[in-house]
Design a protein around this ligand. Structure first.
Ligand code: B1M
Length: 209
């Protein structure tokens, strides 16, 4: 378990009322916004996943914790440093695949890519393959980023890869999410896989070289 930490605890307990107060305290103590996200919020929601897995937590707790985390991320987002004058580097379409409503990780990936100067069009969650591919074609996107968190929705990524080929869409397709691995990405013919939001920026930079 993580060391006792009030921000971590608020997410773990789904304490929406106190989270911003605790985030403020951490900021006042000199913690960086990005470090609060990576060092406290993400480990806490992962711990919630473990408790859910063990059936110590059920759906209501899962929902409260997720909302608490999102509350904190929305609050921290404007504080993350951004190079506002830079020209947008490339267009990236991002979405959570059809049937899957998990979007916390996808939102973090979008946030990070925007911070690095990419033009990110976030289509949201539970997005059908044809909407993703059509938007990529219309917007002339260099990259399509797909997120899936469940073994039951992973295969929707393959639908996007196949549809893109079918419709002559040349965007590079990258995939990620808790259930995804490099070998799965290879298997479905995706152009890249990344385990987390920071690594995803490096992957995109590599693919655009
Ligand atoms: Co759900 N859920 N959930 N859930 N949930 C999981 C995924 C699960 C593993 C929990 C478990 O059983 N241990 C399990 C899936 C099991 C499986 O695979 N078959 C599960 C389930 C079963 C469900 C429901 C079916 C529950 C139910 O209704 N009975 C339901 C699904 C509904 C649906 O989608 N149709 C459901 C619902 C929910 C909530 C709505 C309550 C909530 C989501 C809220 C939201 O997203 N707005 C939720 C949550 C919070 C989780 C867990 C606990 C945490 C997910 C999360 O946000 N992690 C999760 C357990 C787990 O994953 N350990 C679980 C934090 C986030 C920062 O990490 O998303 O992995 P992650 O993103 C990372 C990396 O993966 C990567 O970067 C991110 C940042 O570093 N990444 C990418 C992500 N996308 C990327 C894309 C890239 C590159 C990197 O390229 C484009």
């Amino acid at each position: 378990l993580e060391p006792a930490n009030p921000v971590f605890d608020c997410v773990l307990k789904g304490n929406k009322g106190n989270i911003l107060k605790e985030v403020d305290k951490a900021l006042a103590a000199g913690e960086e916004p990005g470090a609060i996200i990576n060092g406290q919020l993400i480990p806490a929601i992962n711990e919630v996943g473990v408790l859910f897995d063990k059936q110590i937590y059920f759906l209501p707790q899962l929902i409260s914790s997720a909302q608490t985390m999102q509350h904190a991320i929305e609050y921290l987002e404007p504080m993350l440093s951004k190079d506002k004058d830079a020209e947008p580097k490339a267009t990236i379409i991002i979405a959570t695949v059809e049937g899957d409503i998990h979007d916390i990780g996808k939102n973090l990936v979008a946030l990070m890519l925007r911070n690095y100067g990419y033009r990110v069009l976030d289509l949201g969650k539970d997005v059908a393959a044809d909407i993703i591919v059509d938007t990529a074609l219309k917007e002339n996107a260099q990259i399509i980023g797909l997120s899936a968190l469940m073994t039951t929705t992973m295969m929707r990524m393959k639908d996007v890869v196949e549809l893109a080929k079918e419709r002559g869409c040349n965007s590079k397709i990258i995939v990620g999410g808790a259930a995804i691995t490099q070998s799965f990405a290879d298997e479905i013919g995706a152009d890249g896989y990344s385990p987390d939001a920071a690594d995803c920026v490096k992957l995109v930079e590599r693919l655009l070289e």
